[in-house]
Design a protein around this ligand. Structure first.
Ligand code: GLY
Length: 388
């Protein structure tokens, strides 16, 4: 008798797991309509959709801003799902709008700026014109790696007189360098990425597997200070930073197959998913130490996308990662996070936080929340099709 119950329970559990929780087709139809409005309201390709100003007007930024690649990247994701040429054309236009940033050696954000639009465009179209732009961009990014320090420098200075600050966000740029290493045969790009990730693992993380935002280094790689910039305080876990780290170490495992990175990504996931302040809808507060304050949909979207990939690497918590990511995407696919059609300055998601203590972008749409949400939807769709 017990065996029959177990069998019925297993069949029920499997079918519950395999039920579609999110209507991906409907969500991409919505995204496409919303972004048709975004394209119509942005005829000038030097003004990149970023967010909403405090007076409700659209907040646009220049191509040199760290977020300039996300709009083109999102357009590629809509093209990937819809396969409609009009999205390919729009994506190409907003991708090429970032072209000149390939020479920008003043920022560590070239992974976001170049790889999100050009990388997706190249993956989907094999347009050879994108390749040299990306390879130049990767070289520009690599100029910020000082072998004596063993890390890519994030910013050129940081308050307190520090001149080699590295932020956890920087883990997100390594995927771009791995791509460039493969394409160009330049092993140096691979090696410096591994060195950056190893030093970040050593210095950026606390005993509980949460990350500091900023580590300030001296000229020989010595840690001078462990600081906060966009979180609540030096010792608190800033939500988006934790998501960047989770995503970054998941990519490190994908690219190197070194199990230490998989083990570490899982430790970060355990910290986040067991955090007592993670709300039931699994969209984090802007900082894990600030329950009851604003949520950060962007941190939820990045985490969802990362957890879906992490779930594909097996292990005892693979189902937990998958289920948690699906819950996050489900939450983001309805109010209060999902906007009404034609509202929200044409962004898909509401309720993200850019830099609360800097009094900037608080409880607003953010272009990268949309990007990682669409990426998460695509990953969810692909995994569901594979499971069938
Ligand atoms: N510094 C990049 C971010 O806001 O996540």
């Amino acid at each position: 008798m017990k065996k029959i119950y177990t069998l019925f329970f297993s069949i029920w559990a499997f079918s519950a797991w395999s039920q579609p929780k999110i209507d991906v087709k409907k969500e991409f139809e919505f995204a496409a309509k919303q972004y048709e409005g975004m394209l119509a309201s942005h005829p000038d390709i030097t003004k990149f959709p970023q967010s909403t100003n405090p007076d409700g007007s659209p907040r646009d930024m220049k191509s040199s801003w760290w977020c300039s690649g996300f709009f083109g990247g999102s357009l590629w994701y809509i093209y990937e799902y819809t396969k409609q040429d009009k999205w390919k054309e729009a994506a190409d236009k907003w991708t090429m709008a970032v072209e000149k940033e390939q020479y920008n050696t003043g920022t560590h954000d070239l992974g976001f700026m170049i790889y999100c639009p050009f990388g997706n465009g190249y993956r989907l179209t094999k347009n050879e014109a994108y390749k040299p732009i990306m390879l130049t961009g990767a070289k520009s990014l690599a100029t910020r790696f000082d072998p004596k320090v063993g890390l890519i420098k994030s910013w050129n200075s940081f308050k307190g007189g520090y001149n080699y600050p590295v932020i956890i966000d920087n883990m997100m740029n390594l995927e771009f360098l791995f791509w460039a290493a493969r394409e160009s045969g330049n092993k140096e790009l691979y090696n410096l990425s591994v060195t950056h990730a190893d030093n970040t693992l050593k210095n950026h993380y606390r005993a509980d597997n949460s990350a500091y935002h900023v580590i300030c280094y001296g000229p020989n790689g010595e840690v001078l200070a462990k600081k906060n910039h966009q979180g609540a305080e030096d010792e608190s876990p800033w939500a988006r930073g934790q998501s960047w780290g989770l995503y970054g170490y998941t990519v490190m495992y994908r690219e190197t197959k070194d199990p230490k990175y998989l083990d570490f990504a899982r430790k970060i996931a355990t910290f986040l998913l067991n955090h007592p302040n993670l709300p039931a809808d699994k969209i984090p507060y802007w900082d894990y130490s600030k329950p009851g304050e604003e949520r950060d949909a962007s941190a939820g979207a990045i985490m969802a996308s990362a957890l879906l990939e992490l779930s594909t690497y097996g292990g005892k918590d693979a189902k937990l990662y998958y289920d948690s990511a699906v819950k996050m995407l489900e939450s983001l696919s309805k109010p209060p996070y999902k906007a009404e059609l034609g509202k929200n300055n044409h962004f898909i998601l509401q309720h993200s936080v850019g830099h609360k203590l800097g009094n900037s972008e608080i409880d607003v749409p953010l272009v990268y929340a949309d990007y990682y949400y669409l990426e998460g939807l695509l990953r969810y769709d692909a995994l569901r099709k594979k499971k069938k």
